[in-house]
Design a protein around this ligand. Sequence first.
Ligand SMILES: *Cc1c(COP(=O)(O)O)cnc(C)c1O
Length: 797
Amino acid sequence: MKHLTKHELKTSIENKLVNALGVDTETASDALYYKALSMVVVDYLQEKHKRFAVDTNSNGKKQVYYLCMEFLMGRSLKNSLYNLEIVNNVRDALNDFGVKLDKLYDYEPDAGLGNGGLGRLGACFLDALATLDYPATGYSICYEYGIFKQKIVDGWQTELPDYWLPGGEVWLSPRPEKAVDVHFGGEVEEFWDNNYHHVNYKNYTTVKAVPYDMYVSGYDSKGVSRLRLWKATASGLDMDSFNRGDYISALGANSMAEVISKVLYPNDNHNEGKSLRLRQQYFMVAASVGDIINRHMATYGTLDNLAEKVAIHINDTHPTLAIPELMRILLDDCGYSWDVAWNTVTQVFAYTNHTVMSEALEKWNEDLFASMLPRIYQIIKEMNNRFTYDLYNTYHLDHPTVERMAIIANRTIHMANLCVMASHSVNGVSALHSDIIKKDVFNSFYNIMPQKFTNVTNGIASRRWLYQSNEGLTQLLRETIGSGFMHDMSELKKFNQFADDKSVLDVLAKVKLQNKQNFAAYIERTTGVVIDPNSIFDAQVKRLHEYKRQHLNALHILATYQWLQENPHAEVTPHTYIFGAKAAPGYFLAKQIIKLICTLRDEIEKDPVIREKLRIVYLEDYRVTLSELLMPASEVSEQISLAGTEASGTGNMKLMLNGALTLGTYDGANIEIAQHAGEENMFIFGMRADEVKEQKICYDPHAIYRDNAVLKRALDQLNKGIGGNTFHDIFHSLVNSDPYMVLRDYDSYDAAHQLVVRTYADKYKWQAMSLRNIAESGFFCADRAIGEYAQNIWKLR
Ligand SMILES: *Cc1c(COP(=O)(O)O)cnc(C)c1O
């Protein structure tokens, strides 16, 4: 499709202003220009998607459907303009109206329909799928309220609702004609008639799922991915109640239905087991599978070739019920036999695991499940009966092993087990994580079906954090290695040849300084605090979690602060620690860790001597758009999870791409970052995953507390109080149980920090290390990850 010219853009923007928004170009506000421009871009994306869909459908291409309860999309306008390569034309067109494009971006709220890494992965994958011209649809829920807005009040996190639709809905195209009915509750009757098994499902409640589509263009490609978001509405009025004159309950059914898509659960890596969440999950998958089937039938008129033409991906266990839902349709609606249906289903589904931590594994109470989803429950029971029969009789496994692998055991439904037994592919998201899956969590499965298990290391939409966020570095790369990396990030390797070129290293340093100044200006504008662009910018930005160990970082800052109080005139390299993290609203210890970091910040701010050497910035409301400002300015990337707990991490990749050096453990994708960039270009510390396993057995944090004077002083300060605030819960957790072995890794972390500071003093050495990280970051592009999924898992041509 032809690019929009400046002239066409001017005409279309004016048309939207006048005809759709009822203003003229002279009087329209920037907010209306944002809206008009966005409408023009959406029209173009829609048309481009239509052409792409017609093209791929007529060629009988296999479709990818990516099911995920979260898509952390961030903003769309800038991404679309850059991916469509019309940013200059748009800037020029707007200039003619006296409007600055860069001011318009800020009118768009982040589409925060996700918590953190998992949701952002889905968004990055839609970008890569479109860039590689694979026909793909992401499915999720159109949450009216996305991830909450975080406000820090007196050091404590408070949550405000994220009502994003007023500025965000311009990116959503309603498709009411594609609505799907989803049924809950009711009863199932079964009977046999002429050897045919009939199922009569009745007295259910119907919720209507209405799709709203968002489009993601690929970079300089034909492809456009579609993100289909389902909104729940009541299926008309409850006419029974209405006719009985019960006006109130007739309308009440509306709000009952609509709660389903009201709000995103703000838990990251934690399963709450709430019934509304189960309702959301089934709502999402039933609407999506229904839509996939409708679309397939419209193209092919049969489901016999479903497995050949359709790949459905289950991102984490949240969309697991898509598996029994497809079974239900094949059995009840289409009359396939169990064996034929099962054969199709097992070829269609693939599953990605995202965590090995037990508190995140999804389990549902069997009775709750049976009453909410009676037919799906029957199908799961049948799956479980056949599966456990096989485990006993074909594989001769013992009772405890079968119990561990069963879908239903102890009146509980285990979603991960369902995914593993039913999918043709099970993958982890980094080499280490995929290894742990095989050796630990799913070991019994691996022993009997090893061919299912594979790895696809995560990747990021590199262009978003480079081309769109770091203009200086993009320019330097184009001048040194050409523009080939824009299509093929492995070409970044060519940058390696400049590792000894001082003139390039000087430019690299200058670019970083400029980005740090931009970031410092944002901090000053939003908080009034003036930070020193010549200090080391050391960032830990990610969800707040004990396993991610922000408290290890905080404890180390506290110890450094205590040392500086005794040595106020010591010559040190100024260090700015930047934190950004939301805590789940019900995660009390995480909220205390935020309070601890903010308390330290405030205490240090009170000391005019120390704050020139050591400073903390707490970024409020960390989100995709903030990450785009921070990554280019960061120099140290803190990736300090306990080895074996972080499945992959993707923040580490965004920072590496922008030249930050990783200070991290041997965990998740950090290990592969070390393999690519070289350990000598990172700061690795702490135990390895196998050591952790070994040492956990007789771990005694109290002994470390007792024997390590520096740590003891810092920990005791938590009890005594900092600026009048005490942190007994954090103290007790660390000294008495320390589930993530913060104290055990502390000395090694401190040593790594000292090496960071010594290395930073050698400017060219640091810049050369930074350059090597940038040059080796191509592997961590989502294009590479999607290439692997396409070839090895979805079997796309
Ligand atoms: C990339 C990203 C994450 C994931 O960060 P990790 O360090 O991998 O946990 C979380 N939140 C946002 C806003 C991101 O952009």
